[in-house]
Design a protein. Structure first.
Length: 168
């Protein structure tokens, strides 16, 4: 199962990197909009919280040991949280920057904010996919290791009971 451990480490590193990128991009917007009401910034605060939780859990579960696979329910829950953050950001854009996954207008010059928002949305989606794949890998690992567990027998047939004397 070294392949599963290696894939788990790669996924955790990707989850960590994507969450850090989303936290940075969303944090930049929150810093620029510091005078706005918390109600209008709710979706970005939610995204920042999801990114922070993802960073914490990705760091904790990055260490390669078999116990990291049993966290698949948390991986699935974090994936759902990322999909919600993705949907909230896509809904906020509402077509203002064109189609969400149309990358033709994105450049590296840093002048357009549409590129920043599309990058934020894309990395939120990639993070959601990575957490979902981690959950699927965890389900696979747990299913594979629990189905091979030996079954204990309760029958004492053929064994001498401790309270009987030997016939010899």
């Amino acid at each position: 199962m070294i392949l599963a451990d290696l894939l788990s480490i790669i996924l955790r590193l990707a989850e960590l990197a994507f969450a850090a990128i989303v936290a940075g991009l969303t944090g930049t917007y929150l810093h620029a909009a510091k005078g706005a009401s918390a109600w209008s910034l709710g979706r970005f605060i939610y995204t920042e919280i999801v990114a922070g939780l993802s960073i914490i859990f990705a760091i904790i579960w990055l260490f390669p040991f078999s116990g990291s696979f049993i966290h698949w329910p948390a991986d699935l829950f974090i994936s759902v949280m990322w999909f919600v953050a993705f949907g909230l950001m896509v809904d906020w854009l509402n077509g203002a920057c064109g189609y969400v996954f149309d990358w033709s207008s994105v450049g590296f010059d840093g002048t357009g904010s549409c590129g920043q928002w599309k990058a934020d949305v894309a990395f939120a989606f990639l993070s959601a996919i990575c957490w979902l794949v981690s959950a699927i890998l965890g389900i696979y690992w747990v299913h594979r290791h629990t189905s091979r567990a030996p079954v204990a027998t309760t029958s004492t047939y053929g064994r001498r009971r401790w309270y009987r004397r030997s016939r010899v």
